[in-house]
Design a protein. Structure first.
Length: 344
């Protein structure tokens, strides 16, 4: 791709998200979401592979349908209330429809089927953008309309996403699909946090983006596309692989690591609000996710694959590690001591 066109796409991607995040008018927010979709489509299709073209088509159809539903709901709300302001009181019907449309954009269950397929067909860097930056605009809109969110729908969809993200990731062998279902599960926790406390949701978002960025950068550095490939990464950079295992455990939410902090705070808040069944189900929903993270760590450090991998021998490749990767790994593993300060 021409560098000028590439820079225009990246600039449009950044600007459109900022437009949506800083808007107070539904029409301007919709415009930002549409520009965001149009900017990411050439980036997904950059490799020119038929699967990337298929992923681009799927992504466009889902995002266009969700944006059309947002525009329809906001126009219906303006007809009923006479207001286009995002923070203004919404009618219950419009609030529900907008929430479902934003969930579709985020890839939450039960409207999640497009998300793993798109991530699997994209490159590792594009999958990183889809899993982090592309979540910011819909989450910002949910944050702005926090007083009008249908709490029951949010809690049900959050719990469903946490359960399905763990269960459907159990039988996956592709690392990008595993990260996709991991993202769905984490989005479930994030939506539950958003329905409880905006500050808690912001904390969860920051930690989720940090951990997901770390994992995608690590997988991209080691050119790991399947679980079988993990068995040959040890010879490339043993320190990186040990830190990668720590990042995997942090994603699973084990107590000494950063990923435990948002789950701990969310479960504490649920128990404070007397939502004990919800907290128990969410805690149980994190166990399948932890299982496939441990399986990846086991394949990385303790087990050699039974069959020869099709990838190149990694010890023959030049060892080029992104300078941002070590500090990102440290942030994704060692932030737990600062957890009491995060919600404030």
């Amino acid at each position: 791709m021409n560098p000028l066109i590439w820079s225009m796409m990246i600039t449009g991607l950044a600007t459109s998200t900022i437009i949506t995040m800083s808007s107070h008018h539904w029409m301007l927010a919709w415009l930002g979401l549409e520009l965001n979709t149009l900017s990411i489509l050439p980036i997904i299709m950059k490799s020119g592979h038929p699967r990337s073209t298929e992923a681009t088509t799927k992504y466009f159809l889902i995002q266009a349908a969700a944006a059309a539903l947002i525009l329809f709901s906001s126009a219906m709300n303006a007809w009923e209330t006479g207001q286009w302001t995002i923070t203004h009181n919404l009618s219950p019907t419009a609030a529900t429809m907008i929430t479902i449309a934003l969930m579709m954009k985020l890839g939450l269950a039960p409207v999640h089927a497009w998300y793993p397929e798109v991530l699997q067909s994209a490159t590792m860097n594009t999958a990183l953008v889809l899993s982090t930056w592309q979540k910011l605009a819909p989450l910002a809109l949910l944050y702005l309309m926090n007083n009008n969110l249908p709490t029951q729908i949010m809690l049900i969809m959050g719990l469903t996403s946490a359960l399905l993200g763990g269960w459907m990731g159990l039988n996956q062998t592709q690392t990008r699909k595993i990260m996709a279902f991991s993202s769905i599960a984490h989005m479930g926790w994030l939506v539950v946090a958003l329905s409880l406390s905006p500050n808690l949701a912001l904390t969860t978002t920051i930690i989720y983006i940090t951990m997901t960025t770390t994992m995608f950068m690590s997988l991209g550095t080691t050119t790991t596309k399947t679980i079988t490939d993990l068995g040959t990464t040890w010879t490339q950079s043993p320190p990186l692989i040990m830190l990668l295992v720590l990042s995997l455990m942090s994603l699973g939410g084990l107590p000494p690591l950063t990923g435990f902090a948002p789950k701990w705070l969310i479960l504490t808040t649920l128990c404070t609000m007397k939502l004990m069944p919800m907290s128990v189900l969410l805690a149980l929903a994190s166990l399948p996710s932890l299982y496939f993270y441990i399986r990846m760590a086991y394949m990385t450090t303790l087990l050699s694959p039974p069959a020869t991998t099709n990838t190149k021998y990694k010890w023959r490749l030049p060892n080029t590690i992104n300078t941002m990767l070590p500090p990102m790994i440290m942030l994704s593993a060692l932030l737990l001591p600062l957890a009491p300060l995060l919600p404030n």
